[in-house]
Design a protein around this ligand. Structure first.
Ligand SMILES: C[S@@+](CC[C@H](N)C(=O)[O-])C[C@H]1O[C@@H](n2cnc3c(N)ncnc32)[C@H](O)[C@@H]1O
Length: 174
């Protein structure tokens, strides 16, 4: 994740005064650290990833950055198995950085999870320029294009694509 994307994530978390954030794709915790910095000091990041080693690494990274252990809830598993168990309208921000083949499903789950005025954010929507490349593209790029169309056409969302890093798609739920 680029520094500019990290800075944008901090700013977005602060903009919605985030107390509860759901993250799809813990990875090594880079995005989580930025989100935690932008959230309220008592905010809790709920982060989902099927790879326990990734979550272990992120847990250590959060600790090394000085975040108390109760600032993050690590849930091992695939997003589409875990998200249905999370509370309706219980989140201020949902950050999607998991499986690109599941982007439309993440959008649908995010709309359920977000409170009105909450933000859904998708990382990497430029796909290194392939999203706007007219040549043949893999399924994950087709999914990104479908996501962009769905977000643009939604009456429920106010959207902006921030040209930071590899493209950060942001949408506020009305
Ligand atoms: C690009 S990395 C995330 C990077 C992370 N946000 C960071 O900044 O360190 C993608 C992550 O999504 C996880 N992932 C893959 N499929 C997933 C799924 N179905 N649900 C949730 N996470 C998934 C991978 O294990 C990987 O850790």
């Amino acid at each position: 994740m680029s520094p500019s994307t990290g800075a944008a994530l901090r700013m977005l978390a602060a903009t919605v005064d985030a107390k509860a954030v759901a993250e799809i794709g813990t990875g090594t915790g880079v995005s989580g650290i930025h989100l935690l910095h932008g959230m309220r000091p008592d905010g809790v990041l709920t982060t989902v990833d099927p790879e326990p080693e990734h979550q272990q690494f992120a847990r250590q990274a959060f600790r090394a950055c000085g975040f108390a252990s109760n600032r993050a809830r690590f849930i091992p598993g695939r997003a589409l198995d875990v998200l249905p168990r999370l509370a309706d309208a219980g989140y201020d921000l949902v950050f999607c950085d998991g499986d690109r083949l599941e982007l439309l499903e993440y959008l649908a789950e995010s709309l359920r999870l977000l409170r009105p005025g909450g933000l859904v954010v998708f990382e990497g929507v430029f796909a290194n320029g392939r999203t706007v490349d007219s040549g043949p593209q893999p399924t994950e790029v087709i999914r990104i294009r479908e996501l962009l169309r769905a977000v643009r056409e939604s009456q429920e969302l106010v959207t902006s694509l921030l040209p930071v890093g590899d493209g950060l798609l942001c949408a506020v739920k009305r």
